[in-house]
Design a protein around this ligand. Structure first.
Ligand SMILES: [Zn+2]
Length: 327
């Protein structure tokens, strides 16, 4: 076992799962309904001794498929917890704060009973985007304070959502070779990004923080989660609760920067401390994965375009901006 941290201590990580039934407009392959992916994630966490995991899921997919909500019973029955992640999953960059706040309340109408059962009341900004002006962030943060929510950010992610559409194509074409190649690339990218982001955080903060990691409720993540967790364990990771991670000031005090870009807290801490960021995002890996087995209509611009269209359709004045994503 390699202990990764420059401090020589094991790195503590609270993993979290966003979007247990993906996003409105993202197709599901018949072989991988949400319940299967949720079970794969539950099994992987149990297998690696991860304490209860919070899931943050936009709830708009339930509008079309009410049965999807059963995934929350499955999740909670396995001992895990539920937080709030809005209904339509728009970025705060794209809407007025009042529209965003109404969307947080809209999700409470669907899953409020699950949120109330969790030991802590957490909210996660969609795409960890905290808004493109300090005033917007302040307005939403003030509302969260009144409503009793604490925003749980991310300090480690590996762009797993960018593997979702290529994996759909591999499943669609029943191409086992490509499917396995994507899974291998997925695990390799997860571990490479973990090493980079743990190191970046250490350089920016000058100490070893407790990390908050991200997995999504997509078929590819479900199929690879066990291997990712095993890989993290190999690096000496100790899995902890989100509550323990949220006792670390680096996760509670927002880094003082405003950006419309897709950036987690580690990237933001690095930015304000002028620490050079290398290989994040993993542009080469994303480009390679994006290019595998083209299938008409199963490409990222088409599918994510429809998804963002659905996000916008439900929210007054919502204008998605693809330039917020730079890979
Ligand atoms: Zn999300």
């Amino acid at each position: 076992m390699t202990v990764l941290s420059p401090s020589g201590e094991p790195v503590k990580v609270a993993m979290s799962v966003d979007d247990l039934f993906q996003w409105k407009g993202m197709p599901y392959p018949e072989s991988h309904p949400p319940a299967r992916t949720a079970q794969l994630l539950i099994d992987a966490f149990a297998n690696h001794g991860h304490p209860p995991v919070y899931s943050f899921s936009s709830t708009a997919p339930v509008d079309d498929e009410p049965a999807f909500a059963e995934v929350f019973d499955q999740w909670v029955d396995a001992g895990h917890h539920v937080g709030n992640h809005t209904h339509y999953h728009a970025s705060l960059n794209w809407v007025k704060p009042s529209v965003y706040i109404d969307d947080i309340k809209r999700s409470e109408d669907v899953i409020g009973s699950y949120i109330e059962r969790a030991p802590s009341k957490y909210f996660r900004y969609c795409m960890d985007m905290w808004g493109n002006s300090p005033e917007k962030t302040a307005q939403v943060q003030a509302w969260l304070a009144k409503a009793g929510y604490l925003a749980a950010p991310l300090s480690y992610w590996f762009y797993d959502a960018q593997f979702a559409v290529p994996y759909l194509r591999a499943l669609h074409n029943k191409d086992e070779g490509v499917r396995n190649w994507i899974l291998d690339k997925f695990v390799e990218t997860a571990i490479d990004q973990f090493k980079r982001q743990v190191n970046l955080s250490y350089q920016a903060l000058g100490r070893q923080q407790v990390h908050i990691g991200l997995l999504h409720g997509t078929p590819v993540t479900g199929d690879a989660a066990d291997r990712v967790l095993a890989g993290l364990k190999e690096l000496g990771v100790e899995f902890v609760t989100l509550e323990e991670a949220m006792a670390d000031p680096a996760n509670v005090i927002p880094p003082n920067t405003v950006t419309p870009m897709f950036r987690n807290f580690t990237q933001k801490w690095a930015e304000i401390e002028n620490v050079a960021v290398e290989g994040i995002p993993p542009r080469e890996a994303i480009a390679e994965v994006r290019a595998v087995i083209p299938v008409e209509g199963l490409d990222e611009p088409t599918i994510f375009g429809a998804m963002f269209g659905n996000m916008a359709a439900g929210l007054e004045g919502c204008v998605p901006d693809f330039d917020n994503f730079d890979w």
